[in-house]
Design a protein around this ligand. Sequence first.
Ligand code: GTP
Ligand code: MG
Length: 301
Amino acid sequence: MLERLKQGINRSRRGFAERIRGLLGGGSAVDAATLDSIEEILLTADVGVEATDRIITELKRNRDGGEHAMRALRDHMVAILEPVARPLEIVRRHDRPYVILMVGVNGVGKTTTIAKLAKQFKEHGHRVLLAAGDTFRAAAVEQLTIWGERHGVPVVSQKHGADPASVLFDAVTAARARRLDVVIADTAGRLHTQSNLMDELRKVKRVIAKIDPDAPDEVLLVIDATTGQNALAQTREFHEAIGVTGIALTKLDGSAKGGIVLALAERFGIPIRYVGVGEGASDLMRFDAAEYVDALLATDP
Ligand SMILES: Nc1nc2c(ncn2[C@@H]2O[C@H](COP(=O)(O)OP(=O)(O)OP(=O)(O)O)[C@@H](O)[C@H]2O)c(=O)[nH]1
Ligand SMILES: [Mg+2]
């Protein structure tokens, strides 16, 4: 698992962690110029102003370089991430399913993340149902149906162009009647700036709550790690619109900006549930603060 994460996060490690090690790890005392360079590297890696400030302030406390400084850096990063490293725990109830609503901008990996989760949940013995709430994109229902068939998980869908709220109402009702454990609902990708589409999400949420006032149990925002700083704007807008309860950060394997988790953690404090490092089902991993930082700062290839 750690190996897979290390491989997946390789580009970020090469891109920024190794440069910091080059500056800090040498053994000479940490001077102002070194701190300036580190600050710049962190900002470029999308660690964000707040988290960068916090790390730099901590590094100033003790100017010893070498492994001591690397250890301090590691510990500060873990301290920033620990509060948001809260994995998703499916609560199994007999009377109503655990409902997960997947949201995010276009192409970030919502549908494929659903497929990965469906497989993982099924392997954990949960009975899963998928809801094809993306009725906007022509091939979306078919894409989810294929994933459902592949993993042996039922899919509730309506025709292209149907009201997504209606699809989700049907899905949650069906899961309830069949006493299933989990519903994972797909939604169409939408820009966080499209207010009509954000209104549509609010409606979806309202309609699900009519069946069960506590549903959805999880609003999982999917973010593409290659997006950079725009991830912060996306999170803010989705959170303001419907209340995000968890984040899945995908495509870390294609990004040198794995520092974005630190920016998200420091800015929002929303739990980071998963990180995605590839296309396979096992490439979606539960987020663990120490594991993530250790993979990022690992010296061996
Ligand atoms: N390399 C890599 N690719 C990923 C990862 N997660 C998703 N993808 C790819 O990203 C592409 C888009 O994924 P989708 O799941 O269709 O994205 P979406 O958010 O549902 O897209 P829309 O429905 O169009 O908004 C696919 O080719 C996925 O295989 C990841 O962690 N790593
Ligand atoms: Mg999709």
